[in-house]
Design a protein around this ligand. Structure first.
Ligand code: SAH
Length: 308
């Protein structure tokens, strides 16, 4: 089978059968590190919504919401800014839908973005695009995985070029909805700002890298997001696109350090934890630099803060 079919089958099973997050699980995402992450997302979306004249029919949308932690934190900020809109999650995993229902009881669920309402959207996707399948090419031929006596093996090695038609289609669909109905979308993920060559397919299990073909469906398979391709797809579909900004810079320009100080002041016994979480989110050799943020928005909507 192709790398794309392998990744699709493995991840559908992996996410469909477990909650993989946190110290006991396989990996920890930014919203699971600290409430500050979701709060900054909420602040960025609330600011955009207000500057777009606070449309009453706007909805909060999150593809791949994990445990629903990011949504709960972002919605606390959005609600206090006066946002009363519906919450729509795009999630295929029944296990994670259950966790999301506990975190955000009034949410509605979709299998794909096709069934989202035709309303202005305040959308955020954190570590969603990296889980969508990629194709790999070696010297122009699509790379496949075969079953040998010794187990699964790549049928071809060499210089690798990756593309993700599925990811680009998702971005185009979101961009075209933004163009037609208004709104803004934030994509946060690890990846590179320029399209390039190289094999970025990786497996993570128990907070460690693992061989990609080991134990299919029992480990998290992801690839680095080609943000340049994301920008191109969004532009092609008629949305406006911001520059790509490292996560650390973005969170700092939204005021995460002030938020950390306030949290530490009101919970002095947790001050050290707050500082540690802040470092993991913004420091360059943690998530500050490898993780990137790009926004796409309706041409008539304001440019979100943090991308100057
Ligand atoms: N955003 C969350 C979770 C990231 S993990 C966080 O930051 O913690 C990836 C999420 O995307 C999971 O919720 C997973 O179930 C979901 N997902 C993966 N592939 C998907 C697909 N094709 N359609 C919808 N959701 C998907």
């Amino acid at each position: 089978m192709t790398v794309e079919a392998f990744m699709e089958a493995c991840n559908a099973y992996y996410y469909g059968t477990r909650d993989p997050f946190g110290a006991e699980g396989d990996f920890t995402t930014a919203p699971e590190i600290s409430q500050m992450f979701g709060e900054m997302v909420g602040a960025a979306l609330a600011d955009c919504w207000k500057r777009a004249a606070s449309p009453a029919d706007a909805v909060y949308v999150e593809p791949g919401p994990g445990r629903g932690t990011l949504a709960a934190d972002a919605l606390r900020v959005l609600r206090s800014a006066g946002f009363t809109g519906e919450v729509h999650f795009v999630e295929t995993s029944p296990v994670l839908r259950q966790a999301q229902a506990a975190a955000v009881p009034d949410a509605r669920w979709h299998e794909t973005i096709d069934t989202l309402p035709s309303s202005p959207m305040l959308l955020v996707a954190n570590e969603f695009l990296d889980a969508l399948p990629i194709q790999q090419f070696v010297h122009g031929t699509e790379r496949r995985i075969g079953l040998l006596a010794a187990g699964l093996a790549f049928e071809r090695d060499g210089d690798i070029v990756e593309i993700s038609p599925i990811r680009e289609q998702v971005v185009r669909d979101i961009a075209s909805r933004l163009k037609d109905n208004g709104g803004v979308a934030l994509f946060i993920d690890y990846g590179h700002a320029r399209s390039g060559r190289g094999d970025t397919l990786q497996a993570v299990r128990g907070h460690r890298f693992s061989p990609v073909l080991a134990d299919p469906g029992e480990q998290d398979l992801t690839s680095h997001v080609d943000f340049e391709a994301v920008q191109r797809a969004a532009r092609d579909a008629g949305a406006a696109v911001t520059p790509i900004v490292p996560q650390g810079e973005w969170l700092q320009s939204l005021g995460i350090e002030r938020r950390a100080q306030a949290l530490a002041r009101s919970n002095p016994d947790r001050a050290e934890d707050v500082q540690q979480a802040l470092n993991r989110l913004i420091v360059v050799d943690h998530m500050g630099e490898l993780f990137k943020v790009v926004a796409i928005h309706a041409p008539g909507w304001p440019v979100p803060v943090g991308f100057a």
